[in-house]
Design a binder for this molecule. Structure first.
Ligand code: ZN
Length: 627
């Protein structure tokens, strides 16, 4: 990468050339065989959805569901009745029952055991008799690397549990991070193999700087790449910088320097992280393996999640990636996935061509894998200092973040996907980024009004009441990052935005009161996958120091449970097949050992999860170990 090019890019607002340069780096990661998507392949596949006689009309969408229903009149498959201690359907018509009847992988009925057996016959399975059933949780913002990231060394502040149930202690000091990296370094035989780690959170050590110097005490010869917990930044050591030519002549945006003029080793946002070249590609490439997808399924099952959104982690223009998901996600796989193509910085043949490919791909959706969705990013991370904030900016006085799409290009980027009827979910953390995004959606909606588009702003951390009213008017949805209150709440109060703006962050109460369709998420692996924790955070808004961060933005347990089931299903356009225990929907349940509507709301996150039911099949979670 030519530093002079980055230099000129850093001097001016982003233009279309900047994303183009990025693309050369980024596509190496998300593709193993770039642009091998063949239209004829799609035609060969069994299409579950017929686009209909008007399919040449770009505004005509394929079926919202994109999924098949079992044939009527097939009496061959057996019915199973599962009694449970309590059942909360989240369907207001029949809100509870003592048993569910399941057939063909679908809910057949909810009621009392004897009544269900009388009417539908079949066998009674008592294995869930002491459990509490809710609809399977739906995580509408997570990433495929939720599974694969655990092959790297974890150096995060909080203790975390991997998909196999193993508990990793948190690294709460600089020394703890360095010690764990040294241990990992010792275990690597090949001196050329880079040391890859993740979860770093320098914001917990204000006033000190974790940079290449600490990493150099781990190794002066092995390349070290440590992704921050927000996944928008990384810190690298001198050996890596030397190999990739990151030096005082590097003038890219997102490459801060120390007093001597040397880059500190921190690389902010994807363009700068891509300067880590081979190591960067290795980090993100390895999380794309089959094993990663399988571990993602394990992680979901362990926390009661039966449907995830993979939000932009996969390049769906790559036929190998598409096939990987279709092949792995068969009826034995414990989760469904709504796949969002990561049109991060640009699309290889432009957004029109990408939108057209995604419309074709949508027809290959199965009962377990949904295509036809696109993810874009406007800005970065608040705790990483790369989100774009309105006046008065960051409390710590740092520069006002990084645009990942220039505001004046946002409508142009979004337009092709909107016109094609695709679902567009866009990352915007800061309120200035939300302003730019709302202007863009206003433009595309005015030019091509599309009812029921369900475009969603992801994170919405600083979104104001005025912005929520615009979102309501534009028919947009909000997916708020409720977990932030726990994971970075004290830092937001003290360092990033101050106590008043912190109290207004992730304003779930305001969004609901204004009538914006709401979900809430973990953004795993940024915070741990686990809707009960997310719901707990939105209900309690408690920080680790015991502060209540914005008591007036708290929501009820019922509202939070709706957000992580029906609210998320709606935003993924899957609410007719998942999100509640309702006849005809897929028989997907979260299987819990305690009742979220009965426990003290302060203990919501502590409810033990037994596992899930997915399409009528039971999946028990991994045994938990502390080793
Ligand atoms: Zn994300």
């Amino acid at each position: 990468m030519n530093s002079a090019e980055w230099s000129s890019a850093a001097q001016r607002p982003p233009t279309s050339e900047v994303p183009h340069r990025l693309l050369e780096e980024l596509l190496l990661i998300w593709t193993t065989s770039l642009l091998r998507y063949h239209r004829q392949y799609a035609a060969d596949e069994a299409c579950v959805t017929d686009p209909g006689p008007n399919s040449t009309n770009p505004y005509r969408r394929t079926s919202i569901l994109g999924m098949s229903h079992p044939p009527v009149g097939d009496q061959a498959s057996p019915t199973t009745v599962f009694p449970a201690r309590a059942i909360h359907t989240l369907d207001s018509t029949v809100p509870s029952g003592s048993a569910i009847a399941v057939k063909d992988g679908r809910f057949l009925a909810v009621g009392e055991v004897d009544e269900l057996v009388d009417v539908y016959g079949g066998t009674v399975d008592h294995s869930l008799a002491d459990k509490v059933l809710l609809p399977g949780f739906v995580e509408a913002h997570s990433h495929k690397d939720t599974g694969g990231i655990w092959q790297f060394t974890y150096v995060g502040f909080e203790a975390r549990r991997g998909p196999n149930g193993r508990l990793w202690r948190g690294c709460t000091t600089f020394d703890a991070v360095v010690d764990r990296l040294r241990e990992a370094d010792r275990l690597l035989d090949d001196p050329d193999e880079p040391l890859l780690a993740w979860g770093l959170d320098p914001i917990f050590w204000p006033g000190e700087r974790f940079d290449r110097r600490q990493l150099d005490t781990v190794s002066t010869t092995r390349r070290i790449f440590v992704a921050h917990s927000n996944m928008h930044l990384a810190t690298v050591n001198s050996a890596l910088m030397e190999q990739e030519g990151i030096d005082p002549d590097t003038l890219a945006e997102g490459v801060p320097k120390d007093d001597s003029g040397w880059p500190t080793g921190e690389l902010q946002e994807f363009p700068a992280m891509a300067l880590a070249g081979q190591t960067f590609r290795s980090f993100f490439g390895r999380t794309q393996s089959d094993e990663s997808v399988l571990m993602f399924g394990q992680a979901a099952r362990n926390v009661g999640v039966t449907t995830v959104a993979d939000l932009g982690t996969s390049n769906l223009l790559d036929e190998a990636v598409v096939r990987q998901w279709i092949d792995i996600a068969d009826e034995t796989f414990p989760m469904r996935a709504a796949m969002f193509h990561g049109a991060l910085m640009s699309a290889p043949d432009g957004d029109e061509a990408c939108a057209s490919a995604m419309v074709d791909l949508k027809r290959r959706s199965t009962d377990r894998v949904r295509f036809g969705n696109v993810k874009l990013l406007m800005d970065g991370s608040i705790q990483g200092g790369t989100a774009r904030l309105r006046w008065p900016g960051y409390l710590h006085g740092g520069p006002n973040g990084i645009w990942l799409i220039a505001p004046d290009q946002a409508a142009e980027r979004i337009g092709p996907y909107h016109r094609a009827g695709l679902l567009v979910h866009t990352h915007a953390n800061g309120d200035q980024a939300v302003d730019a995004l709302l202007d863009a959606f206003d433009q595309v909606q005015t030019a091509n009004p599309l009812p029921d588009h369900r475009h969603t702003i992801q994170h919405c951390q600083m979104t104001t009441p005025g912005q929520y009213r615009r979102m309501k008017a534009l028919g947009m949805c909000a997916n708020v990052f409720s977990n932030h209150t726990w994971f970075w709440g004290d830092q937001h109060r003290a360092i990033t935005v101050g106590p008043d703006r912190a109290a207004r962050m992730n304003a779930a109460r305001t969004a609901l009161d204004i009538g914006v369709p709401l979900s809430m998420h973990s953004d795993s692996p940024v915070t741990p996958l686990g809707p009960l924790h997310v719901a707990w955070a939105a209900v309690n808004r408690q920080t680790p120091k015991g502060e209540i961060m914005g008591e007036h933005e708290r929501v009820t347990v019922a509202e939070a449970m709706h957000a992580v089931t029906m609210g998320a299903a709606w935003q993924l356009r899957m609410d007719d097949v998942i999100g509640s225990i309702t006849p005809q929907k897929f028989a997907d349940c979260a299987v819990l050992d305690a009742d979220p509507f009965e426990v003290d709301p302060a203990e919501l996150r502590d409810i033990p999860v037994w596992g899930t039911m997915s399409g009528g099949v039971l999946h028990e979670g991994s045994p938990q170990t502390d080793a």
